[in-house]
Design a protein around this ligand. Structure first.
Ligand SMILES: Nc1nc2c(c(=O)[nH]1)N[C@H]1C(S)=C(S)[C@@H](COP(=O)(O)OP(=O)(O)OC[C@H]3O[C@@H](n4cnc5c(=O)[nH]c(N)nc54)[C@H](O)[C@@H]3O)O[C@H]1N2
Ligand SMILES: Nc1nc2c(c(=O)[nH]1)N[C@H]1C(S)=C(S)[C@@H](COP(=O)(O)OP(=O)(O)OC[C@H]3O[C@@H](n4cnc5c(=O)[nH]c(N)nc54)[C@H](O)[C@@H]3O)O[C@H]1N2
Ligand code: SF4
Ligand SMILES: [Mo]
Length: 750
């Protein structure tokens, strides 16, 4: 068999590095060799160790083969697609007729690299009148979005490649990436004496090992630490007065607090030497160009929204916006960010930020005795029974639904609870793309052509949604015919017909994704990209100059068609927008064009930092970070435990003194207990941890078929977490700060 390198992408984290793959095996469907694709405009040949293990995803033993229906006895039976689509449509239509479409909740829409399904799902949601939805973003990023939106009208990303000071707050990019070519960039910063790497993390992470300054904060102490850093910057006049005068409308109240702050006291509460805090603050305040990134270590921790606020204050006071090496706003293909709409979730009354219901209230939204409780749920490309707080409660909630439909590639923890499981084509069996396009000034979009047709009886989500919408009577052949005819006259005629017929008609425009999928004239290997025509047209209307600089100029229609053509014909990705630092930031996108630092609720929250700590529960003397990113973790995207070259069981990391006090050593099993659950777990003793701090990896504890039934290696972290431990403003969980107890396994339980 002749082999050739085929372009595709890694699907294991938000970077979606471009890859080349050599296919093999008896059926030509094994991913035999993988390497970074040098032609990919963002990753430029970069890939980390995880990408080489993608065959474990494509050829998992628990991939779904056919649609499944739950029988009255609880077991699943395989059914034909026609039956599955008809029955799912009937059941959801009945829920809509009985309780209203707004009781049909949508969760997911894609994981790290599969975002086209979310775009197609809008048609199904419209057909059902479904209004409420959520995704993993509402358990990590909504606090940052909400604050950024209020402070400066937009969320930002930072240009680490060109900064002179890089700051990571609760983020370990060596393993978790999130910035392009992370390890190359980190090493470059580390080895350049003119650049400074600052890491805030209780653990001496791989990134902290490279750092010039590592602030090993006490777990949960970040609010005091950031305040102390800001205190030094303000008290020593290290902030960018010119920037503040030009762009900031309100900062007096927060400046006043920072001027009076007792830096030594705040540092002590953060558990960091005050002299080290001063050194870090002077480096940060003195930066020519500061890039910074906050992530789960603080976003899933006490004071998460307050920390996002303090981080924003730092960005603004240091003028770290709108210049190379600082923060920027990307031109997005699809925007994930957004602020509070003022709308609330129907049962818990929780604030909806960026259109998403907080993940931690979903169980309550289902289990409450309330007329608008969610009755049905569609879960697509997500595994909430495993990934959301308190798996026991989540299972109880999902089991209480009238109808649960799961669209997944594998038998996930969530699929196991469904009434219907619809088997989706894998990300190599259909054209796929990520909307996590965060590069700047050149932003990249990559439609990966499929490598081969779907195996078994799996279907791409685009096809599943089209069939559901047809079965629901939302769209029909009669709607397709004129568009198909226009398509025969060429893409321009097709686009014009689409605009003339579909956009003015609310019913048809709700079905736009399905209409595009059914009628666009695209080759099979990129057919799932049809929905992009609608997206690039909107992009061309809103960001014409950015597209023109990338070579896609002309009228919005010309620009959109040229870009669409490039996307469907360039299999290694396309630079779709080129931005200009000056133009992009001439105006801050708030109503008055100014930034606002004096947010009364956050100032009140800051004042509360002066109160003494609440007493901790002596029954739980440790703080557990439940869900650390490591070498071979990738949420629950790969389920076969063999994919992990090391740490197969996912060890519990612990400081040597804590291990000695318990009388345990490397490889010993201990009992780990929280208020919601307990688990037996193997210990790894490491002086990278702080005393009293424990860490368990993310994404383990998934079941996988083995010769003697299902094996579940490792601990599912959310068997140990609880829904009420969450941020008071936006409801994000405190997974990195779970009070816990550890006992030797032979010790008697208290
Ligand atoms: N290998 C791998 N990479 C991934 C993923 C994966 O599963 N595996 N998942 C992807 C996803 S979905 C995401 S959201 C990102 C997340 O990326 P990260 O946020 O970087 O990942 P984590 O390891 O969960 O948490 C980061 C750090 O928070 C630290 N931390 C714990 N408690 C505290 C605290 O009190 N204060 C501070 N300052 N830090 C604390 C931990 O020690 C840890 O080093 O990673 C992405 N990349
Ligand atoms: N305790 C604790 N919990 C956490 C975290 C933590 O740090 N600690 N991290 C959280 C974070 S940041 C995140 S992002 C979430 C992630 O959690 P989720 O958003 O729930 O996503 P994944 O675990 O990535 O699950 C992806 C699902 O998609 C399926 N899948 C893969 N490819 C396809 C496809 O092409 N089509 C379809 N339809 N399905 C597909 C996989 O089989 C899997 O079931 O976990 C969160 N949960
Ligand atoms: S896991 Fe992330 S950084 Fe590593 S190759 Fe895949 S996409 Fe790139
Ligand atoms: Mo995430």
């Amino acid at each position: 068999m002749t082999t050739a390198w085929r372009p595709t992408a890694c699907i294991l984290c938000e970077c979606n590095c471009g890859l080349e793959v050599e296919l093999g095996g008896d059926d030509g469907r094994r991913l035999v060799k993988l390497r970074g694709d040098k032609a990919h405009p963002a990753s430029r040949g970069y890939a980390c160790e995880k990408a080489h293990r993608l065959d474990y995803y494509q050829n998992g033993r628990d991939l779904l083969r056919a649609p499944l229906r739950r029988r009255p006895d609880g077991a699943f039976e395989e059914i034909p697609w026609d039956t599955a689509i008809r029955e799912v449509a009937e059941r959801l239509a009945k829920v809509q007729a009985t309780w209203g479409g707004d009781t049909i909740f949508y969760y997911g829409g894609g994981g790290q690299g599969n975002h086209l399904p979310g775009a197609y799902s809008t048609a199904t949601r419209r057909a059902l009148g479904s209004r409420h939805r959520s995704s993993a973003l509402a358990q990590e990023k909504t606090g940052e979005f909400w604050i950024s939106d209020r402070v400066m009208g937009t969320a930002t990303r930072a240009d680490f490649e060109h900064c002179d000071v890089a700051l990571f707050i609760g983020k370990n990019p060596w393993h978790s990436h999130s910035i392009p070519r992370a390890r190359v960039t980190l090493k470059e910063i580390a080895k350049d004496p003119a650049r400074t790497l600052v890491v805030i993390d209780p653990r001496r992470t791989e990134t902290a090992e490279l750092a010039d300054i590592h602030l090993a904060v006490k777990p949960g102490g970040d609010a005091w630490l950031l305040e102390a850093i800001l205190g030094v910057i303000v008290q020593e006049g290290l902030f960018d007065r010119e920037f503040v005068d030009a762009h900031v409308a309100s900062a007096e109240a927060v400046l006043e607090r920072l001027r009076g702050l007792d830096v030594a006291r705040a540092s002590a509460r953060a558990g960091v030497e005050v002299e080290l805090v001063r050194r870090a603050a002077r480096a940060i305040g003195g930066a020519k160009a500061l890039s910074s990134f906050e992530d789960l270590g603080v976003q899933m921790n006490h004071h998460s929204t307050l920390v996002s606020y303090l981080h924003r204050v730092l960005v603004v006071l240091t003028g770290s916006y709108g210049r190379p090496g600082t923060h920027h706003t990307v031109t997005p293909m699809v925007s994930f960010t957004g602020g509070a709409s003022g709308k609330k979730s129907p049962v818990a009354g929780a604030p909806i930020v960026a259109g998403l219901v907080p993940c931690n209230v979903i169980a309550e939204e289902i289990l409450a005795d309330h007329p608008k409780r969610y009755r049905a749920m569609i879960v697509e490309g997500a595994n909430p029974a495993h990934s959301l707080a308190d798996s026991k409660k989540m299972r109880e909630a999902l089991s209480a639904l009238d109808t649960l439909v799961v669209i997944d590639v594998a038998m996930s923890e969530t699929a196991k609870l469904a009434h219907y499981v619809l088997p989706a084509a894998t990300q190599f069996e259909k054209a796929e793309a990520t909307f996590f396009n965060f590069e700047f000034p050149d932003n990249t979009f990559h439609l990966r052509p499929r490598l081969f047709p779907p195996g078994a009886d799996r279907l791409p989500e685009a096809e599943i949604h089209a069939r559901l919408c047809e079965a629901l009577g939302a769209v029909s052949e009669a709607d397709y015919a004129p568009l198909r005819e226009a398509a025969r006259a060429g893409r321009q005629a097709y686009a014009e017909a689409f605009m003339a017929r579909v956009l003015p008609d609310p019913r048809l425009s709700g079905q736009a994704p399905v209409l595009l999928y059914r009628t666009a004239d695209l080759p099979d290997d990129v057919r799932d990209g049809a929905v992009l025509l609608g997206l690039v047209f909107r992009l061309a209307m809103e960001h014409g100059p950015s597209l023109a600089r990338a070579g896609f100029g002309g009228s919005p229609l010309e620009s959109a068609l040229a870009l669409y053509d490039a996307i469907v014909t360039r299999p290694s990705g396309v630079v779709f927008s080129v931005d200009d630092w000056r133009e992009k930031h001439a105006r801050v996108p708030t109503p008055d064009g100014k930034m606002h630092l004096d947010l009364p609720d956050m100032l009140a929250e800051l004042a509360r930092l002066d109160e003494p700590d609440a007493p901790s529960d002596p029954a739980f003397p440790f703080v557990l970070s439940a869900g650390e990113r490591r070498s071979f973790t990738a949420n629950t995207i790969i389920r076969d435990p063999e994919w992990r070259k090391k740490d197969r069981e996912g060890a519990l990391r612990m400081h040597p003194d804590d291990a000695a006090a318990l009388g345990v050593g490397d490889g010993d099993a201990v009992r780990l207990t929280t208020k919601r659950g307990e688990a037996v777990v193997v210990v790894e003793v490491t002086d990278t941890m702080r005393r009293g701090h424990l860490a368990l990896p993310n994404g383990l504890g998934t079941s996988y078929p083995s010769t003697d039934g299902d094996a579940v290696p490792g601990v599912a972290p959310n068997e140990l977490t609880s829904v009420e431990d969450r941020d008071p403003f936006v409801g994000t969980p405190w997974h990195k700060h779970v009070p816990a107890r550890v006992e030797r396994r032979d010790a008697r339980r208290a």
